[in-house]
Design a protein around this ligand. Structure first.
Ligand code: ZN
Length: 204
């Protein structure tokens, strides 16, 4: 057994010893919150948003992007488990700003080993073979952090499976301070709207 596995299992034993009555928690999130955020190791949503077990759905991927799969989770989150207020939280110094689809496709075409980065950009030191499969993945990279939060909130807001009654808030987490900073135009586009009700009324 690797030392990492031993460390994880040892930590889990300590967790189990102090598990308390959490085995009685209901399945739906108690605070009816869902957060879509980045997988970055520096972000701990439970800590930065003050959550404990049973409070919220945390949906994480590279960038905290509103991918089809992230939206799948959000739809299940409200439709079956009752969340009614959502956050999209990207963060400063996100790795997704450090490459493009073209770059990662080139690196993966070369080898499947971990690439390196220095002042000259990304380099691939692997022996290969790589794979052209990366050509078929949309890596959802972005350049502008504020814009990425706005685009993602807007995409979720306009999704046909997302009800207009769920407010969607857009924030950036500052990795230097731990602070959540609102992206006003994202929160604005994510606010609840009566647009659909009006449309239905007009149609009727
Ligand atoms: Zn990130």
């Amino acid at each position: 057994m690797s030392s990492v596995v031993q460390e994880v299992l040892s930590a889990n034993q300590a967790y189990v010893a102090n598990f308390g009555d959490k085995g009685n928690l209901p399945l739906p999130p108690g605070r009816r919150i869902a957060i879509l955020t980045c997988m970055d190791a520096r972000l701990d949503p439970a800590k930065y948003a003050g959550l404990v077990e049973g409070d919220a759905h945390i949906i994480r991927n590279a960038g905290g992007r509103a991918s089809d799969d992230a939206i799948r989770s959000l739809v299940i989150s409200y439709k079956l488990l009752g969340t009614n207020e959502w956050f999209v939280i990207h963060h400063t110094d996100c790795g997704m700003q450090l490459f493009t689809d073209e770059i990662i496709r080139g690196l993966l075409a070369n080898s499947l080993e971990t690439a390196t980065i220095d002042e000259n950009g990304w380099g691939d030191v692997g022996q290969g073979p790589g794979s052209p499969e990366a050509e078929f993945v949309d890596w959802l990279t972005f350049r502008d952090l504020t814009e990425s939060v706005y685009i993602d909130v807007k995409r979720i807001r306009n999704h046909p499976l997302v009800p207009h009654t769920i407010p969607i808030h857009g924030y950036i987490y500052d990795v230097k301070t731990g602070q959540l900073i609102e992206v006003p135009k994202a929160t604005e586009v994510g606010q609840v709207s009566s647009a659909r009700t009006v449309a239905v009324a007009t149609y009727a």
